[in-house]
Design a protein around this ligand. Structure first.
Ligand code: SAJ
Length: 406
């Protein structure tokens, strides 16, 4: 039996995948209302294919609990909160979960940490916790790091098809955990040591962050001299060894906008390109705000409350708002003391920010300038509703003449 601890964006789909592929699973979360919701047969977030997988695993007998189970394998996928001022990740939840596992686990149990951690965290924080509790690592408990790599929006496909990395102290333990993941994962599963596994995960996200920063910097250069950045990227990408990503209103989510800071924090005098890239990405919401002011001025608009931001999530077709460019822009707007921007997102039904609409028609009627912050499918199906509006398109999805771009 496997006890998956932390039933959020990663833990829940992983628990369901294992269960749907014949592994006996109990999913545990401290959040009792989340556990109640799952027990009532309801999923807790939206993702293509999640509902169907949930049904399959219910049929297969998955259980949910707010208690840790006595078992021989634990997969920990709890959040790793991040302090945006110190740029440091706080492993407190991972540490707490490990401590709680140690209270109940069988001798010889394996603890698999899936949560993304700053490289070195397992040596610095997790091993001492286990040893202080009187356990010998490699004998009483085994430690493994198997960082997740799935992308929100395509999680179900990527859980099955992505390659995975498993870091373990011994080949034998690594092989046992590999076998567990191979119950559903059809990709290659690479075995390595824990430190390498920690580092590869963060490096992958850093690679993407730096590449997005390059695209964002190109957007700024092209804006400066009125060139079409999208056409330039399109043509460059026809070269066999060039593959530039897309500029955007900023980088959000709990991964690409966070993980590279771990390297900057730990290697400040070495991680120069990474540091600059992160600053470039973090500066994009301000860049968009300045574009808004420029466009208002060019069109004789003086009332900021007639400007609306479409999209509150960090990217298209997900309901996750963590570190979202729209939230960053709203914060930046507060610093400029020019509050009043209207906001609408079809995937966010709770009230999260001031001046938030829950009805697309009212939102569109109440604004003159629409800023496309997120390219949800809903927007792509309703582009005709923008026809009488001034539009700033930060995602390159609206191609009517006169549309403003980044
Ligand atoms: N973005 C751009 N331009 C692009 C691509 C993305 O501006 O060309 C923006 C998005 O709009 C979003 C942010 O970057 O705001 C991040 O989105 P994303 O789709 O690039 O990535 P995430 O954060 O959803 O998921 C990433 C993935 N990492 C990599 O692709 C290397 C995923 O595989 C990881 O599992 C995930 O981080 C994670 O949990 O670490």
């Amino acid at each position: 039996m496997v006890n998956v601890i932390g039933l959020g964006y990663i833990g829940l789909p992983t628990a369901l995948m294992l269960s749907a592929h014949g592994v006996e699973v109990v999913g545990t979360d401290y959040n009792t209302s989340l556990v109640d919701t799952l027990r009532q047969g309801k999923t807790t977030f939206k993702e293509d294919g999640l509902e169907e997988l949930f049904r399959k695993s219910l049929d297969a007998g998955i259980k949910f609990s707010d208690k840790y189970q006595v078992t021989d394998t634990y997969i920990i996928s709890v959040p790793t909160p991040y302090d945006k001022f110190s740029k440091k990740v706080d492993p407190c939840y991972v540490i707490a979960a490990v401590k709680d596992v140690l209270k109940v686990c069988r001798k010889g149990a394996t603890i698999v940490i899936e949560s993304t951690v700053s490289p070195g965290t397992i040596d610095k924080h997790i091993r001492p916790v286990i040893e202080e509790a009187g356990f010998e690592i490699g004998k009483d408990v085994h430690l493994v790091h198997a960082p997740e790599r799935i992308i929100p929006g395509n999680m179900m496909y990527e859980l099955i098809h992505n390659n995975r990395t498993i870091g373990a102290d011994s080949k034998e333990v690594g092989e046992a955990v590999k076998k567990l993941y191979a119950s559903f994962c059809q990709g290659d599963i690479v075995l390595t040591d824990i430190r390498t596994a920690e580092m590869t995960k963060v490096v992958e996200n850093t690679f993407r962050a730096v590449n997005i920063a390059f695209a964002n910097e190109l957007a700024k250069i092209c804006r400066h001299d009125n060139m079409d950045v999208y056409e330039i990227i399109r043509i460059c990408n026809m070269h066999p060894r060039v593959n530039i990503l897309q500029p955007g209103p900023g980088v959000g989510g709990h991964c690409i906008s966070v993980d590279p800071w771990f390297l900057v924090g730990d290697y400040p005098s070495l991680a120069k390109v990474i540091d600059e890239s992160m600053k470039t990405n973090d500066g994009m919401p301000d860049f968009v705000l300045n574009r808004i002011y420029e466009i208002m001025k060019a069109n004789g608009l003086t009332d900021i409350t007639r400007v609306g931001l479409y999209g509150l999530t960090y990217k298209e077709d997900v309901d996750d708002v963590r570190e979202s460019p729209t939230l960053q822009l709203l914060e930046s707007q507060e610093r400029h003391l020019a509050t009043g921007l209207k906001v609408y997102d079809p995937l966010i039904s709770t009230d999260m920010v001031p001046n938030q609409y829950h009805d697309f028609d009212s939102f569109i009627n109440d604004v003159d300038l629409v800023v496309l912050m997120v390219g949800h499918s809903h927007l792509k199906e309703n582009l005709d509703r923008l026809k009488d509006k001034i539009v700033l398109d930060t995602r390159n999805i609206y191609h009517e003449p006169g549309t403003y771009k980044l």
